[in-house]
Design a protein around this ligand. Sequence first.
Ligand code: HSE
Length: 443
Amino acid sequence: MKPVNIGLLGLGTVGGGTATVLQDNAAEISRRLGREVRISAVCDLSEEKAKQICPNAAFIKDPFELVQHQDVDVVVELFGGTGIAKDAVLKAIENGKHIVTANKKLLAEYGNEIFPLAEEKNVMVQFEAAVAGGIPIIKALREGLAANQIRSIAGIINGTSNFILTEMREKGSAFADVLKEAQALGYAEADPTFDIEGHDAGHKITIMSALAFGTPMNFSACYLEGISKLDSRDIKYAEELGYRIKLLGITRKTDKGIELRVHPTLIPESRLLANVNGVMNAVRVNADMVGETLYYGAGAGALPTASAVVADIIDIARLIEAETDHRVPHLAFQPSQVQAQNILPMDEITSGYYLRVQATDEPGTLGQIAALLAKENVSIEALIQKGVIDQSTAEIVILTHTTVERNVKRAIAAIEALSCVDAPITMIRMERDRKSTRLNSSH
Ligand code: HSE
């Protein structure tokens, strides 16, 4: 069989890694595939770099020329972002080129434009590397779990944030200090907003939610709350109560609609997700027949991400000459079955809650707080007083049973209005230990 020709857009970390994987594992790949995969054309800002990394490929300066080139069967988009990357991908699809991309932002924000065009033009768009780097979670959601109704997904899907939270817990350091350390180590970007404020995780959970529930991309409805306001005191108190705090991307199907959210979350320390540390990623899927499955691995880095890119290239190469009916649908469900569903506003989600209240240490304070929680039907699971800040002020930490977020927020507003409460209440959502059964759609 004739080789499959790749046109590579971008030779940054992942692009360079892709060239390395294709070169170093060329023999193994053609043993699996029965044909050779060859980089026929590359586009990068630096011609010198392109010549160095891909000496046998044509250097094409203009990405729009590359995506129309006759010697390119598959365009591998590794520019990132939604500027040139988006225009080049759309142009490539228009020209009948198959696409492999690691670009989560592009798919989460413009997937509703890209996938219908790809279907119209009969091309495949593969994106394993867009979510959790080297972990084959897209394959698992689209194929491995295809017999199930998926109930929920919860993932540690931003390595930068997980590194920062791990360091804060292990060293008791403040967020700002650990961020500086992460930047010095190259784990965090000079402008870390995208990672630490939940955008990157939001893009990834949006893509997984669409695949799990057969919906279009709903990034604009995804709730984003990052880790920059986390106080290391809360990490410490959570630990004393048997919990770890992780930045989770969560999506759940409920009777009322779909929850789609990213925020710091207390997780019982006995759960596997709570023990995913450093820059590692993990995704837990709860599905009706199989129960819980967990996927763990490197969520970033040149070779792990390139591993996913090259797996997509191999998938496309296997199906390139097959009837389109034999392909796995882009969003796991037949395009005609991809249906918009209600994405629940945060007030309507259900969760457990960690509340830290700073209040005057005097008789009756606890009673007033407990009464206001009860008034909003919020049930207390645990309540401890965490020492005295000064002679007259104490910190009270409350864990609630699962409840509707609107009720907790109402109770918080009422408690903050008490004269004995002298600072805003800290609220962190909490995952509680719930058994995974067919009848229980816990995450
Ligand atoms: N910046 C991401 C992370 C990796 O920190 O996990 C790419 O999405």
